[in-house]
Design a protein around this ligand. Structure first.
Ligand code: SF4
Ligand code: FES
Length: 138
């Protein structure tokens, strides 16, 4: 996980989870002053107010972006669990879920999680954006 700090806020970035939705930086949902993949570093929290940045982090469908306040990761415990099937892409899970692996290990996920539906992810069970590269339809 990579982290970018501004005062009490830490933006957490897990690149292997990014499904390249472009929501954080492009179009009406984007905040390119903070999230700009054409620049280095690609996240610059110093450019906007903390509340504005948090509102945009919450839009990340994959959970690749999350945030901490005073070094405590913030979890939306009120979010109802839902699963959205993204056309030609992953299952987007919102809310708290538990993943149980074949060896019995369990992993809890909160907020947003994208699960691979195409079989091409190198980070299963999570989507890593490879559905676009392999031209998954479904
Ligand atoms: S998945 Fe999240 S981090 Fe990746 S481009 Fe979309 S909004 Fe940005
Ligand atoms: S659905 Fe995204 S990599 Fe498989």
């Amino acid at each position: 996980m990579k982290q970018y700090k501004k005062d009490t806020l830490t933006i957490n970035w897990e690149p292997e989870k990014c499904i390249h939705s472009t929501k954080c930086w492009r179009g009406e949902t984007g905040l390119p002053t903070v999230f700009n993949p054409k620049e280095k570093p690609w996240i610059k929290p110093e450019n906007e107010e903390i509340e504005t940045i948090i509102a945009h982090i919450k839009q990340c469908p994959s959970g690749a972006l999350s945030y901490s306040l005073n070094d405590e990761i913030v979890v939306d415990t009120n979010a109802a669990t839902s699963i959205t099937i993204l056309a030609n892409g992953p299952l987007l899970c919102t809310g708290k879920i538990k993943i149980i692996y074949p060896n019995g290990n369990e992993e809890e996920k909160t907020n947003n999680t994208a699960l691979c539906r195409c079989g091409a992810s190198a980070n299963k069970p999570f989507c890593d954006g490879n559905h676009a590269k392999v031209g998954f339809k479904g």
